[in-house]
Write a protein that binds this ligand. Structure first.
Ligand code: ATP
Ligand code: MG
Length: 228
């Protein structure tokens, strides 16, 4: 992947997001995230971190303002366009959202199955990403037989399997001990070095010391601090 650190990947101006309940989760957010950046989204509970991440994959639409993600206008884009964009986006949720009725292999293979990959081609790729997160020997386990940290690593493997240009991670280390959290962050940093833009919401501010990145702080739905 060629990385051009000067190229905008996500751009928004005066972004406002209002939920159907009437709650305004974000307002007046103007930001530019460049290709290949590693971004921490911080701020108190309810500040709007998850909401902002959701707008980046079309989970919610902007109510006003502009938002461009990899050249897609997120206010105008139709379902097909959004589906396309998600193929280039790896998403890691805080509650990891693994399918408990499927093996680790099937969970990680999912993004490639969606792209029409055949099983023979899938196996080496899935094996590779699972080895990368230290779970190369757990392909045929079911998620319930894994610890919380292992489940989270399966979720990371799933997010990286299709080599996404953007990885959105919502508190991926939220339920992990410090050592496992560091390891998870090391994986994300590796992916970033390989060219992926990583945007990660976190409350673990101590991680920033060992793993520096660009910090964007939200407060009550607005930008409180933005590092260049
Ligand atoms: N689906 C929803 N419907 C209505 N309001 C919502 C919805 N999701 C979030 N909100 C509200 O929007 C605001 C921002 O929530 P958000 O989940 O983005 O915060 P957050 O920064 O991710 O918080 P946390 O650190 O607790 O995860 C909060 O006031 C929240 O109650
Ligand atoms: Mg959140």
């Amino acid at each position: 992947m060629s990385i051009d650190q000067t190229k905008s990947q996500i751009q928004m101006q005066q972004l406002m997001v209002r939920y159907p309940t009437g709650k305004v989760a974000l307002s007046g957010v103007t930001l530019d995230i460049k290709q290949g950046q590693f971004v921490y989204l911080v701020g108190e509970s309810g500040a709007g971190k998850s909401s902002l991440l959701r707008t980046f994959y079309g989970g919610i639409r902007p109510s006003s303002g502009t938002l461009m993600v990899q050249g897609t206008d997120m206010r105008q884009a139709g379902e097909t366009k959004i589906r396309d964009l998600r193929r280039h986006t790896g998403i890691i949720f805080q509650d990891h959202r693994l399918l408990f009725s499927r093996t680790v292999f099937e969970n990680v293979a999912l993004p490639l199955r969606v792209q029409g990959w055949k099983t023979e081609r899938l196996i080496p790729r899935v094996r590779k990403v699972l080895s990368y997160v230290g779970l190369g020997d757990r392909l045929w386990s079911y998620p319930e037989a894994l610890s919380g940290g292992e489940q989270q690593r399966v979720a990371i493997a799933r997010a990286m399997t299709a080599k996404p240009a953007i990885i959105l991670a919502d508190e991926p280390t939220g339920n992990l001990d410090v050592d496992t959290a560091r390891r998870v962050l090391n994986y994300l940093m590796d992916l970033n070095r390989q060219g992926a833009t990583v945007i990660m919401a976190t409350h673990d501010l101590h991680l920033l010391e060992s793993h520096p990145g660009r910090v964007i702080q939200l407060h009550a739905g607005s930008l409180a601090r933005v590092e260049p």
